[in-house]
Design a protein around this ligand. Structure first.
Ligand code: LHQ
Length: 264
């Protein structure tokens, strides 16, 4: 597939997906969402890829749905079916990201609005530039937070703040987002890519299978009871204990050297 609306590169075990419609603040269109889905599937299917980095080109991370796109406007006689748009375009992208067994790092380089904000929240570790803002812009146009927003927000910041963000659509600074626990870290603008690529590279050299099991455990915990979670930890730890990387990690510790994890 040719990518016209994103850039996708694989280097040193890290796949980097850059949203690339800078003149439209990287707002989503149907072709762009299809390209994202294709690239995520390529990353997932490539055994050399051990971490994914997601970012945006230009001054914004992503302004959400391109509100100029015909399919989402419709007409008075024929209103659009936004549910269909979510079902066929947005939800598969969010599910792909959440379904990735690899660590997913997000570098929010500028404003992240609407579905763009929630795309970032679907990632595992989110850095944001100090100048970036998170805007649950949906209510401004009469919509509800989608792309997982109503799932991620209350879990990350609690119901009170989730409702405040969704109902007011007020911009949240990167600094406040970090203070509230919405993201991992707010960093100076000129440090963003260095920090994010550095961590992605570090994770790509880590115990990839163990990371997949960690992600599964943490993500399942949101819908589990303690008993269910303890059972899951038992099963996943059993699997982790059978990896080569576990053996390597223990050997390296005993030998006082840096482990050479191969990801299996
Ligand atoms: C845009 C956009 C944009 C087109 C900036 N579209 N052009 C929806 C429907 C369908 C199904 C699935 O679910 C969804 C999910 C959603 O994402 S709904 C929410 C859609 N997004 C928004 O409502 C955000 C709209 N944008 C904004 O509020 C602002 O542009 C933000 C806060 C992102 C940035 O503000 P500024 O930094 O002040 O930039 P700006 O407003 O001046 O925008 C720059 C240009 O980008 C401008 O075009 P122009 O030709 O005048 O330079 C905007 O029209 C364009 N743009 N967002 N989503």
């Amino acid at each position: 597939m040719t990518y016209d609306n994103i850039r996708f590169e694989i280097d040193g075990g890290v796949a980097t997906l850059t949203l690339h419609r800078p003149d439209k603040l990287n707002a989503f269109t149907v072709p762009m969402l299809e390209e994202c889905r294709h690239a995520l599937s390529a990353a997932d299917g490539d055994p050399s890829v051990r971490a994914l980095l997601l970012t945006g080109a230009g001054r914004a991370f992503c302004a959400g749905q391109d509100l100029g796109e015909r399919t989402v406007i419709g007409s008075e006689d024929a209103p659009p079916d936004l549910g269909q748009s979510l079902e066929s375009r947005y939800n598969p992208v969010i599910k792909s990201i959440r379904g990735l067994r690899l660590p997913v790092v997000c570098a929010v380089n500028g404003v992240a609005a609407g579905a763009g904000a929630n795309l970032a929240l679907a990632c595992d570790i989110v850095f944001a530039a100090r100048s970036a803002q998170f805007v649950q812009a949906f209510a401004r146009v009469g919509l509800i937070p989608d792309s997982g927003g109503t799932f991620f927000l209350p879990r990350l910041v609690g119901t009170a703040r989730a409702l405040g963000l969704a109902l007011t659509a007020a911009p949240l600074s990167a600094e406040q987002a970090a203070e509230w626990g919405l993201i991992w870290e707010c960093v100076d603008d000129d440090q963003l890519m260095e920090k994010a690529t550095g961590l992605a590279a570090e994770l790509a050299a880590g115990p990839t299978e163990g990371f997949a099991l960690i992600k599964e455990a943490i993500n399942q915990s949101t819908v589990h009871t303690l008993d269910q979670q303890l059972d899951l930890e038992r099963d996943l730890q059993r699997a982790a204990g059978r990896t080569q990387d576990y053996r390597e990690g223990v050997a390296a510790f005993m030998e006082k050297r840096t482990p050479d994890f191969r990801g299996n």
